[in-house]
Each structure stands twice: as C-alpha cells, then as structure tokens.
Write a protein that binds this ligand. Structure first.
Ligand code: GRF
Length: 203
C-alpha cells in the first residue's frame, strides 16, 4: 500500500474526503501522517479522530528552508510515497519540491491556469467568468502551475458571491481529489511535456 502524507493549515475538509475514500477503499493508498503549520487547524483533529498521527510544526521564526527540512524529516520518518497538499497555506521551498519531485499533489479551487494564488473563487467572481471549478495538479517550482491530473467545472451563477461559488467548488474538490490520488498512485499516468496522459485499461 502506498503511503501518503497530507499537509494542511486549516479546516481539512479535503483531508476528510481523502480519509473517507481510504476507508471505503477508493484511495489506493494509506494516509500515514498529517502535518499542520497551524496548531488549531481542525484538520489535525480530523486526523487524530481517525488514529492518523497529526503533527503540529510551527513555522514562525524559522527560515523557510529550515522549516521545510523539518517537514522533509517527518515525511521521511513515515516513509511517504506521496504528499497531498490540502489547504496548506505556505509556499514550499525548492529543497522540499526537489526532495519529493513528482510526488506532491495539490488541489486548487479554480480551473488552472486561470486564477492561481489566493482567493481563487473571489478572483473568478470578480473577473466575471461563467464557469470555474477545481484542479488537482502536480506541484513544481512555480505556484499552482504543475501538470494537471484532473479538473472539473462548475457554473458561476449570476447570484454567486465568492462564498457561494467556493461552496459549490468545494463539493467538486472532495470528489476529484481522492480520484486523482488513486489515479496517480495506480501508475496508469505518464507525463508528456505538460500533459498527464492516462493509459487505457488493457481489458
Ligand atoms: C480548498 O478550497 C483548497 O482547494 C484550497 O484550500 C482550501 C482548503 O480547504 N487549496 P480544506 O481545508 O480542505 O477544507
């Protein structure tokens, strides 16, 4: 079974979606550690309620590279094969990204490459797009820019504010993140340039 580490900073609803998928055998891996840079993150409680080690590591007062080295050490202690960012609100250093090259996934609440960065749902509403959505992608050295594994669209309604759109997108996030993890861990994906190509089942 592939071993998964999840990094969070907050409520952890995507973490919960991954936990639920694992419980019902849909994740293709096992979450072995959850790390948060915020002590009060509800995601840590979710982890501990499921008997997954939930580790708090404070980033304050530390250089990014030093902090990330601590994370690398914890993830290596748990021998993780894959790292899922799930609302982890810090930029990762090159050291971290190189340590786990091709093994870090992120979920973003927009159809990348539209609206990278913070507050993607507000950006979408303010820009006036009619469709937005969620993206699961590999993490590389550029922000919200690595090869895309899965995307799904949702309509943006005239009555939406950022919060209403965020709610609709979150439902989709919870569906596609576990599917993308399973797909990536299954070994059926290969990367061609920027494209993630899924091999057809050989039935
Ligand atoms: C989600 O919208 C995710 O796309 C973004 O941060 C939010 C995290 O929410 N990266 P949660 O902590 O998983 O509930």
């Amino acid at each position: 079974m592939k071993r998964i580490g999840v990094l969070i900073s907050g409520r952890g609803s995507n973490l919960q979606a991954l936990i639920d998928a694992q419980r019902s055998g849909r994740l293709g891996g096992e979450i072995v550690v959850v790390i948060s840079n915020v002590e009060t993150a509800f995601g840590l409680t979710r982890a501990r309620l499921t008997s997954i080690p939930g580790v708090f590591r404070d980033h304050r007062g530390k250089k990014r590279e030093d902090y990330d080295s601590e994370l690398i050490a914890i993830l290596n202690e748990h021998a993780v094969d894959l790292i899922c960012l799930a609302g982890y609100m810090r930029l990762l250093s090159s050291r971290f990204i190189q340590a786990f090259a091709g093994r870090i996934l992120n979920i973003h609440p927009a159809l990348l490459p539209a609206f990278p960065g913070l507050d993607a749902q507000r950006q979408a509403v303010e820009h006036g797009v009619k469709v937005s959505g969620a993206t699961v992608h590999l993490v590389d050295e550029n922000l919200d820019a690595g090869p895309i594994i899965l995307q799904e669209a949702v309509p943006v309604l005239d009555t939406d504010d950022a919060e209403a759109l965020a709610h609709r997108i979150l439902d989709i996030e919870h569906q596609i993140y576990p599917r993308a993890v399973e797909l990536w861990l299954s070994g059926r994906c290969r990367i061609e340039g920027r494209r993630v190509i899924v091999e057809k089942d050989q039935a």
